[in-house]
Design a protein around this ligand. Structure first.
Ligand code: ARG
Length: 587
């Protein structure tokens, strides 16, 4: 593995050095480098420096320029423009050599691993036991998986936690029903995902009906909750049946989503049961929580309800029961103290942001969230229907996630079949799954997570515009060119002059690592998606203007262009993979 310095990184360093040579007291000033239309890069940092030094910015800029070495090594040309900007042009040779070094570095494409990597526990994909998954669970799974992909690539160590809803009073009713109607739930290893969910639905509906109509059953269900909480063996066994049956269903949905979920990372609310009494005791002893009307609660000055009354976080209810907050607080203790997390990331619907605000603040006061440990809720927005209203079926019900995924795959099959030239029906179906699921993921990831977005299948599987299908086709097209090139293989020819479209593509390719690092640090998968979309667009203009095979350019030019094709394909592939999206070799 040989990490490659990005061109912008190297330019930045040269500029910083030149600034320090011109003005030793300005050592460490940021040259504020960015890509520009005027030249390859523009640096704006001298303006602020001149203001501070009460110097003429153009004069200062000219002085800085006199300390910059230009030539074929890196910076070909630098000029002062406007009020004191620097316009910088990179040498063609440096672009080609950098790409060649990236090409030689396998899947990492020369992207270095970060220094001082930490451990991030990512809480995502957390459906609820005995309940159907819906579009809300889709977002958490898709965003969480992409964030993990990006963070892992930077060298951060991620640990997944699927905090599934597998505990609470609702299980009293279900378990009591199963107790009275044994055999209603087939053993988990006898069913597939769909049967599992339909069994769970049936039991849920049947038990709900009795619960609502039979007061005595209600009472028995209530007692069952107490039995569950006190760890009664028979009750726990029945509860386990619900969990197991649900897991069969979860796994089938995640498989459809083309997402790997590991059993040891499914650590639901119930996993923290044993620690909850201690969590409560510690909070009370430290004075972080107090008794109020029998309950153990935490107050916050700034969190108030409508009547200006403080809204507390309830750690323990008056009846002694623990709830959602207690499990999350206990989970924090585990994640920081046992898993040694430096960052806790929660990919949970924005509607739970107040809950997390209170939980984090409580954990800070208790010292469980120490200095140097960050906790962040990536609250994501709502999935809307094509009409811009919260996503519902025509009958006004929430849409089942599987139906949605099936429909996406079906629509993708139409697109693939339409374009397919030499694909068998099996291949079409396989591609359709990759295109359809990719489309769903990309539509989600290409919008800033905190915004709502429209679930519009027509738009999602469109071949034009900012869609995964467009990116997948770009990838497949490059692969086909590389195949057609036959004997001619990618090879770097740094002595060749580059056309503008080649330079633009090359410079963009060089920014892959910096983009992934920025997107990972900001938890912003949409920045990586935007980068990839622009990459495909730049490739398209390169391909239009710079023939690779037909009409045949001189062999060295063809080889150099194939190098650009090769690095583009691998960058697209790797970037999409980080987002959890496949890039089929042929489409
Ligand atoms: N199961 C919850 C729900 O569906 C989400 C859990 C989020 N994670 C957490 N640590 N509270 O709403």
């Amino acid at each position: 593995m040989a990490p490659v310095k990005s061109l912008s990184g190297s330019v930045n360093r040269q500029l910083a050095d030149a600034i320090a040579s011109a003005r030793p007291e300005a050592d460490g000033v940021d040259p504020l480098l960015r890509r520009s239309d005027r030249a390859d890069f523009q640096a704006n940092g001298i303006l602020a420096l001149a203001k501070k030094a009460k110097a003429n910015p153009r004069e200062l800029a000219t002085e800085v320029v006199s300390h910059i070495v230009t030539g074929e090594g890196l910076i070909k040309d630098v000029e002062v423009s406007g009020p004191g900007f620097l316009n910088i042009t990179i040498a063609d040779r440096a672009i080609t050599e950098t790409l060649a070094a990236r090409a030689a570095d396998g899947d990492r494409l020369g992207v270095p691993l970060k220094e001082n990597a930490g451990i991030t526990v990512v809480d995502y994909a957390q459906p609820n036991v005995a309940k159907e998954m819906h579009v809300g669970h889709l977002r958490s799974a898709v965003i969480g998986d992409a964030l993990r992909g990006m963070l892992d690539f930077t060298g951060e160590q991620t640990i997944g936690r699927h905090h599934i809803g597998d505990w609470g009073t609702q299980f009293g009713m279900l378990i009591q029903y199963l107790f009275e109607h044994p055999g209603e739930l087939a053993p988990a290893d006898d069913v597939d995902g769909e049967q599992a969910m339909s069994n769970l639905n049936r039991v849920y509906k049947a038990s709900r009906a009795v619960f609502d109509s039979d007061e005595e059953f209600k009472e028995r269900a209530r007692k069952r909750v107490v039995a569950l909480q006190s760890g009664d063996k028979e009750t726990l066994e029945l509860w386990q049946q619900f969990v197991d049956e649900s897991k069969v269903y979860f796994y089938s949905v995640f498989e459809k989503l083309d997402m790997e979920i590991r059993d040891e990372e499914i650590v639901g609310e119930s996993a923290y049961n044993d620690g909850m009494p201690e969590t409560a005791r510690l909070l009370e002893e430290m004075g972080v929580a107090e008794r109020s009307e029998g309950a153990l609660v935490v107050f916050f000055d700034e969190i108030r309800g409508k009547d200006d009354k403080p809204v507390p976080l309830i750690v323990q209810k008056a009846d002694g029961g623990f709830g959602y907050a207690a499990s999350d607080l206990t989970a924090i203790r585990n994640r920081v103290l046992d898993l040694h997390a430096s960052t806790l990331l929660y990919v949970v619907d924005v509607r739970q942001s107040l809950h997390f605000k209170m939980v984090f603040e409580t954990a800070r006061r208790a010292g469980w969230l120490k200095d140097g440990v960050t906790a962040h809720n990536m609250g994501y927005g709502t999935v809307l229907g094509a009409d811009g209203k919260p996503f519902k079926t025509r009958e006004g019900e929430t849409v089942r996630l599987e139906d949605l995924l099936d429909e996406a795959v079906q629509r993708a099959a139409e697109v693939v079949r339409d374009k397919a030239q030499d694909l068998t029906e099996d291949e079409i179906q396989e591609r359709a799954a990759q295109v359809g699921i990719g489309a769903v993921k990309y539509a989600d990831l290409s919008t800033s997570p905190n915004r709502d977005y429209k679930f519009d299948l027509d738009q999602m599987v469109s071949l034009n515009g900012d869609t995964s299908v467009y990116l997948q086709y770009a990838y497949a097209r490059i692969q086909s060119i590389v195949r057609k090139a036959g004997e001619i293989k990618p090879a770097a020819h740094p002595e060749l002059e580059l056309a503008p479209a080649e330079r633009a593509l090359g410079l963009h390719l060089d920014a892959f690592g910096d983009t992934v690092f920025e997107a990972a640090a900001e938890y912003a998968p949409h920045k990586l998606a935007a980068y990839l979309y622009q990459l495909a667009s730049l490739y398209t203009s390169f391909y239009d203007k710079c023939p690779v095979i037909k009409p045949a350019p001189p062999q060295d030019v063809a080889e150099n262009r194939l190098l650009l094709c090769d690095v583009t394909a691998r960058t697209l592939h790797q970037g999409m993979a980080l987002l959890g999206i496949r890039t089929p070799e042929r489409l």
